[in-house]
Design a protein around this ligand. Structure first.
Ligand SMILES: Nc1nc2c(ncn2[C@@H]2O[C@H](COP(=O)(O)OP(=O)(O)OP(=O)(O)O)[C@@H](O)[C@H]2O)c(=O)[nH]1
Ligand SMILES: [Mg+2]
Ligand SMILES: [Zn+2]
Length: 296
């Protein structure tokens, strides 16, 4: 009888998939039936699959139900999204961080904001914006080692992805976290090469402490377009620090922009909600309202 194995897809290359078996961690090269590849669910990195071996090669028989799926980069079943940001160059626009935190919550992925290059800049403003937000926040440096252990612990037995603008330090941090990584750091030629290709394949690495992680391209190519699926009226629930105030507004249909008696804008004025986070909420609300008015 053929033994059915279970594993996680690490990457897809030219119709082949590298699958790490759950029990042994061994990686097998597998192909997928046309039914799977042409079906609704094209296998992607992060997919949990069942497979059978025929000689040296494997054959994916089933993709197990996904807890979530991001299209760009194509990655399934993420537990955590590490959003790297800094006030040291390249300085991060908080609006980009906030778009990614919303996408994370919407997809039931836990975001973690990592303030990078803390050896150069403590990023006080960003720290202030996220410290009371209900979003996990870590200060880190791949030079001093600050925060490395904390990030490593957050990754244990989880599937994680790292996002952040080019040069923020994603590859440097992953290299320090786990010996499975030997990613190129600050390599100009690699960046030029990457610029020519709009799609870049995602690769998950097995972590020594259990779990998987992927380095991903910058914010620009992230799944921001998928924002359109989010209903502007739901947006408030994807800001953990706004939600608790949302029920206390004078009007039950308050969207916390210009309404009188709004508990959210009041909390912002009294410093309980950061002004930068509130601004992102208002800006995103405006963008979502615009998308919907085009579609209707
Ligand atoms: N001072 C300081 N420099 C850092 C830190 N992390 C990374 N760097 C430097 O920042 C530059 C970019 O780091 P990378 O790790 O290549 O950045 P990346 O986010 O992977 O960039 P892309 O691969 O282009 O998306 C390199 O010169 C690193 O040495 C840090 O914590 N502190
Ligand atoms: Mg990199
Ligand atoms: Zn309100």
């Amino acid at each position: 009888m053929v033994e059915i194995k279970r594993g996680t897809i690490l990457k897809g290359v030219g119709g082949w998939y590298h699958v790490a078996e759950d029990r042994s961690g061994a990686v097998y090269k597998c192909n997928a039936s046309g039914r799977l590849r042409l079906g609704e669910f094209v296998p992607a990195a992060g997919d949990l699959v069942t497979f059978e071996m025929s000689g040296e090669e494997g054959y994916i028989t089933e993709i197990l139900p996904r807890s979530n799926f991001l299209l760009r980069p194509a990655i399934a079943n993420l537990d955590r999204l590490f959003i790297l940001a800094s006030q040291a160059p390249p300085v991060t626009d908080p609006y980009l961080i906030d778009k990614l935190t919303v996408i994370s919550f919407y997809n039931r992925i836990e975001p973690v904001v990592v303030l990078m290059k803390c050896d150069l800049h403590r990023s006080e403003e960003l720290y202030g914006a996220y410290a009371g937000s209900g979003i996990k926040l870590v200060r880190a440096s791949s030079v001093s080692g600050e925060g490395v252990e904390e990030v490593r612990e957050l990754m244990r037995n989880k599937t994680s992805a790292f996002a952040g603008n080019s040069g923020i330090g994603k590859s440097s941090l992953l290299n320090r976290i786990d010996n499975s990584f030997s990613l190129t750091v600050g390599d100009i030629s690699e960046k030029i090469e990457r610029g020519r290709h709009t799609t870049r394949h995602v690769e998950l690495f097995s972590l020594e402490n259990g779990g998987f992680a992927a380095d991903t391209p910058g914010f620009s190519s992230f799944d921001i377009t998928k924002m359109c699926d989010i209903d502007k009226l739901q947006l408030q629930y994807f800001f953990p620090e706004i939600e608790p105030f949302a029920g206390s507004c004078r009007f039950s249909d308050c969207v916390h922009l210009k309404e009188p008696g709004c508990a959210v804008t009041e909390a912002m004025r009294s410093g309980q909600i950061s002004a930068s986070r509130y601004e992102s909420y208002a800006k995103l609300y405006g963008e979502l309202a615009l998308i919907k008015s085009w579609q209707n």
